[in-house]
Design a protein around this ligand. Structure first.
Ligand code: DGL
Length: 247
């Protein structure tokens, strides 16, 4: 099976990493809209427009499925993308919430969502979780954590002070939804900040579980062919891929 993975930039490699680890697909075509990243500070109309334009890139490839690794795109653009595509389009929010439900069914648990400004403003996570009965939800836009990850900083002084800035005074959560492609790279720092206890929901792992449940996939691909494209500085993107994916 040949799939497309779309992200606003480099972040989608955190999802690709899980897809590769679980040997899910024969071929992955990755497209990062590096010319227009970040999406997480844009408004709804811009996010939808950029996502639809980026989706046209995949017309050159005969893909069977498109995964939007970007939480911000998943929060706003899926209905429009689905109405314009001949293949299924899967986002990361639904699968993240499903993973939370499976791993932490207690509806009184204290849940923290961290995501971009636009994802938090969309209330997609908050509303869907509230509908499922979760009562203690806190959502914080932690946008400063995006550039530090892009800078290759996954722990240390700067990450620590940004976490203090956002998390100071928060009660320790039972689970944290890492609602942004970049945040799985901060898993260790975030766990340590909250004394190593909270359950972390990672979009990449969640989508693997979701696809396994909903599609009959034959996970026997020893090797996945990964091709990387971008709207700007594709070489830079490939270098980050090598680092993040440890290729
Ligand atoms: N990929 C985005 C997300 O998961 C983060 C980077 C951006 O703001 O474009 O929301």
């Amino acid at each position: 099976m040949k799939i497309g993975v779309f992200d606003s930039g480099v972040g989608g490699f955190s999802v690709v990493k899980s897809l590769l680890k679980h040997k899910m697909f024969e071929e992955i075509v990755y497209y990062g809209d590096t010319a227009r990243v970040p999406y997480g500070t844009k408004d709804q109309n811009t996010i939808i427009r950029y996502s639809l334009e980026a989706m046209e890139f995949f017309n050159n490839f005969d893909i069977d499925l498109l995964i939007t690794a970007c939480n911000t795109v998943s929060a706003y653009a899926l209905p429009d993308m689905r109405s314009k595509s001949s293949y299924p389009v899967v986002g990361v929010i639904e699968s993240g919430i499903k993973a939370l439900q499976n791993k932490l069914p207690d509806r009184s648990a204290n849940i923290l969502i961290i995501a971009t400004q636009s994802t938090v403003a969309s209330k997609r996570y908050q509303n869907e979780m509230a509908q499922l009965g979760y009562q203690n939800i806190t959502a914080i836009a932690t946008g400063l954590l995006v550039p530090v990850v892009e800078e290759g900083l996954f722990e240390g002084k700067i990450v620590q002070s940004i976490m203090e800035y956002y998390f100071e005074g928060l009660e320790r959560p039972d689970a944290i939804i890492l609602g942004c492609t970049h945040f799985p790279l901060l898993s260790r720092a975030i766990s340590n900040y909250f004394d190593g206890h909270p359950l972390l929901i990672h979009s990449g792992e969640a989508i693997v579980e979701h696809l396994e449940e909903t599609m009959k996939l034959n996970r026997s691909f020893e090797q996945t062919k990964l091709t990387i494209f971008a709207s700007d500085n594709v070489e830079g993107l490939r270098k980050v891929a090598n680092r993040w994916l440890e290729l």
